[in-house]
Design a protein around this ligand. Structure first.
Ligand code: PXL
Length: 244
């Protein structure tokens, strides 16, 4: 049960690879982490990004795969079309089952990408993943379709090029799950908070962890929605310590 996150580093620990590793640990799988970029940020402010060369991202993936059996991975911040192409190549090479969090903009407003990545994701990554987990604005970018209500979210979910969950944090808590051409919506209570930083990262890494523990896709998604909800209720990790 060894899983991998391929994503950026948030030094404040609420998002990115560090958050993914904590989620893997919390759910009880061993996590490995390949870094695509460093960022300087905290939950409220984004300062800057420094990306890692594609060749060195490849070397990190190869070095983990050289000694560990990894079946499930998640991707987060991939920063550029070149990194997306590389990750797509490695998914094929190692026959990985990938959950793609199509990260584009940080909750705090910082840009996590060099340019518009929707085209590269649609072309290279989504056709070969097992699930993607966009929020409303990411789903809009992937489908070029504006989502104003539940009906629109269902339409968008059918346009996305693989099974997906469109998360409902910005749609009255209505999550739209589209698996094997079947759509289900799951409504969650919205919690009043000033910190939702990294909740998307935690959702996709929780799904990978539950999949690695032999849950099916739908069960993994439902358990992960609960996991993230409980996290937010408890201060979303980032603020937990200051509240203790
Ligand atoms: O939640 C999106 C995200 C992904 N990856 C990194 C981030 C963030 C949000 O801030 O910092 C590294």
């Amino acid at each position: 049960m060894i899983v991998m996150s391929i994503a950026g580093v948030d030094p404040s620990g609420g998002a990115g690879v560090f958050a993914d590793l904590k989620t893997f640990q919390a759910i009880g799988v061993y996590g490995t982490g390949v870094v695509t970029a460093l960022t300087a940020q905290n939950p409220y402010k984004f300062f800057s990004t420094m990306s890692v060369d594609e060749s060195y991202i490849e070397e990190q993936i190869d070095s983990v795969m050289d000694s560990y059996e990894v079946e499930f991975i998640k991707t987060g911040m991939l920063y550029s079309p070149e990194i997306i192409k590389l990750v797509s190549k490695k998914i094929k090479e190692y026959n990985l089952k990938a959950v793609i969090d199509p990260v584009m903009v940080a909750t705090s407003g910082g840009d996590l990408t060099k340019e518009d990545l929707a085209n590269a994701m649609n072309r290279y990554l989504l056709p070969q993943c097992i699930l993607t987990t966009p929020n409303i604005s990411e789903a809009e970018k992937l489908t070029d379709f504006k989502i104003n209500n539940e009906e629109d979210a269902i339409k968008a979910s059918k346009k996305i090029k693989c099974d997906n969950i469109i998360t409902g944090g910005h749609l009255d808590g209505i999550n739209t799950i589209h698996i094997d051409n079947e759509v289900t919506t799951v409504k969650q209570e919205l919690i009043e908070t000033d910190n939702l930083h990294g909740t998307g990262c935690n959702l996709s890494s929780a799904i990978v962890a539950y999949l690695a523990k032999n849950n099916d896709l739908k069960t993994s998604i439902l358990k992960s929605l609960d996991y993230v909800y409980e996290g937010i209720k408890n201060g979303n990790y980032g603020t937990l310590i200051s509240k203790l």
